[in-house]
Design a protein around this ligand. Structure first.
Ligand code: DAT
Length: 174
């Protein structure tokens, strides 16, 4: 039995996952698990895809690398996918959403190639990550939150912190 919950923060690249995860991890003393970093550090990949500018992930290796940390609980998992984790690992799935204009500006600032930028804008508009979450987890553990402004982010962090405390209260071993 976990002492603390595991949360996935997911969404299209640029939506604000890392910013949310870092703030939350600091606020509640959780572990920020940057899956990108885990993939790199443990070489859970079959190389770099230049066109997509991302690792070609070996999911089995990745799950092995994550298992110990995640089993202990208290992880805030930061990744642009959520369908590979066993359901038993995850207590809350946060899908961040952003307005296309904001996303465009954020990805442009990252110098994304035009094709990749367009692909991510399409994914956001088509709610790809929200669909993926709904296909992979029970509706009750999924929350969709806006990430357009700093105020949004602060409200989201407050809300997730409150949820975290409540989970610990509800799951306290007597
Ligand atoms: P991700 O990890 O989803 O790729 P990020 O956390 O790196 O996204 O954020 C991308 C950029 O957008 C970064 O410069 C911070 C900014 N940003 C993220 N969320 C924001 C928000 N809610 N309001 C204003 N800026 C935000």
């Amino acid at each position: 039995m976990r002492q603390s919950p595991n949360i996935i923060i997911t969404g299209t690249p640029g939506v604000g996952k890392t910013t949310h995860c870092e703030t939350l991890a600091e606020r509640i003393g959780a572990r920020h698990v940057s899956v990108n970093q885990v993939v790199k550090d443990n070489e859970c990949h079959e190389g770099w895809d230049d066109e997509y500018q991302s690792w070609i992930v070996d999911e089995d290796k990745l799950l092995d690398a994550l298992e110990k940390d995640v089993k202990d609980g208290g992880c805030i998992i930061d990744w642009h996918a959520c369908d590979l984790f066993p359901r038993s690992w995850i207590d809350l799935v946060v899908v961040l959403r952003v307005d296309s204009t904001n996303l465009y500006d954020r990805l442009k600032a990252r110098n994304y190639p035009e094709a990749k930028l367009q692909e991510n804008l399409d994914a956001e508009i088509m709610e790809v990550l929200l669909d993926e979450a709904r296909e992979s987890y029970d509706e009750e553990i999924i929350v969709e939150l806006r990430s357009d402004s700093t105020e949004d982010m602060e409200a989201n962090v407050d809300r997730i912190e409150a949820w975290w405390k409540q989970w610990k209260e509800d799951n306290r071993s007597s």
